[in-house]
Design a protein around this ligand. Sequence first.
Ligand code: BES
Ligand code: ZN
Length: 617
Amino acid sequence: MKNSIYLLLFSILILSSCTTKQKEEVSAKYVEEFHSFAQPNKAVIKHMDLDVIVDFDKQIIKGKVSYQIEHQEANEIILDSKFLNIEKVAIDGAPTTFHLGRMDQQLGQALHIKLKPKTKAITIYYETTNQTEALQWLSPQQTADKTHPFLLTQGQAILTRTWIPIQDSPQLRVTYNAKVQVPNALMAVMSAENPKERAIDGIYNFKMRQAISPYLIALAVGDIAYKSISPQTGVYAEKSMLEKVHYEFADMDKMLKAAENLYGTYAWDQFDVIVLPPSFPFGGMENPRLTFATPTVIAGDRSLTSLVAHELAHSWSGNLVTNATWDDFWLNEGFTVYFEMRIMEALYGKDRANMLALISQQDLAEEIEGFKEEPEKTHLKLNLKGHNPDDGMNSIAYDKGYLFLRTLEEKVGREKFDQFLKTYFEKHAFSTMYTEKFIAYLNKELLEKHQVTFNTEEWIYQAGIPSNKAIIESDKFQIVEQMLVDFMKTNTINESLTKAWTTQEWVHFVRNIPKEMTTKQIAILDKKFDLSHAKNSYIAMVWYDQCIRHNYHENGIDQQIETFLMTVGRRWYVSTIYTALKESEQQDKALEIYKKARPNYHMVTANSIDKLLGYKG
Ligand code: BES
Ligand code: ZN
């Protein structure tokens, strides 16, 4: 052992006295990352110029992408590419040779481009294919207004390489300009400085002056319009949705101010949200300057806007300080949930924030239960080598990450914790973070500084929830729980008490319906509250789950569930429902609906449900 350490030291000494290229390798700036073929320590992209046409007829994006690159006389640069047709490549304007490596089902192919010692720029001419996973092409029928088609992209985690050949690792950052040509009737927006009006010629020029990770490059094209909320915030949506969206997100500017008040100046100038058609696979996606959001949060009563707080919080945790690898995903999401809760508390008070925190805790408990046989999946720091990063995208990163930070906050006190977090974002702005680096920083700047001992390693590297977890309480939820207990015994419920319930109380009520509740009792609840026709997507989703598991089929519920699965593509929602069907021996029914619904889903949703239901097409 000792010998090998000497050997290592010795070879570092030798290397560091060798050529500049070898020196580069020793003072490696970028860490090893298993989800990209790029070797950024040898040659790295710094700025992107994208010039593409969006062809709705052929459903392809076609054009060229140029990069300004940095290297120490490297003889090649390696990019990531998946399901793209690479037509030709040029260096500093002159054609060069390139080759594509072996196809990996998850990662795609390495694109090797020959360089000359002084090459500063490369250009790749390419087009996407019908296998391109990042893109979702929607027919007019799949939009709110039903008259024009729509296109949206989803880059996280490793899909940007399916619509742009790029070094697709979260630890890299690029600034970019883009010229995007779309049909005249449509407007294009990106994670960049955006137009507020439609361009008559269909040509849009974008500029992103702050450097961002490749997974945050995003584009949406559709018949959309803009409405501002404040000078710094506003919303994009299809015309029939615009007013509703504007109403729903009216507090966006207050959220932004509250966030800045907590953890420092917003670094991205503008904060807008675009509400997409319902097949968007996520609740929200924190594309810088322009969050992408599902219309399922447009509830009419502003009850699901914690999603905006969440995506806004990513402007610090994620977009400013970015997880270096997907194994460190919790640094993005756990911090963001913590920050989200703080924004919600600042705007709406502790009651609301604690209800959200308890919902998060229940999500966590259920996730941990689901991983009974694979406890290593409940570690915060993951090991996704050889796996799709999507496999790590569950509530552990979010909710265990959150609970860890909340527990820490309670241990050291809010004032010290806030100071620590604020400085953390400031010091690491526009750079990346990995778990070990965070632990070292935490030890030095918070724990040792204030002479606090804390079981950080247990939280991060061990399974389950450590026993020192913060205790979260909500009087409101206690009442809800008591009402369920009473209802189980008496079959009656004090309706007047439910009149003032918030969405979170309803969700908590429905989710905690005990297994033992009879189908008849479900029917009583449905008669009283008509939950089968709940307008709120979150309440509806948790109710559908219960109806399936309790074998309840009255009041048109089956039709409601089917319609929901046919129109909504939000992965979390639809996978909850398909899972319920599968686990209650209704796999056939699940497959029957899925076959019809699948064309409506984005590939990230379809891939997950394929796996869940064992669907092979
Ligand atoms: N960045 C995530 C979405 C994501 C994660 C996309 C991993 C692809 C891979 C986003 O910020 C997010 O967490 N969205 C949540 C909503 C949030 C309120 C918890 C979602 O989509 O449900
Ligand atoms: Zn998030």
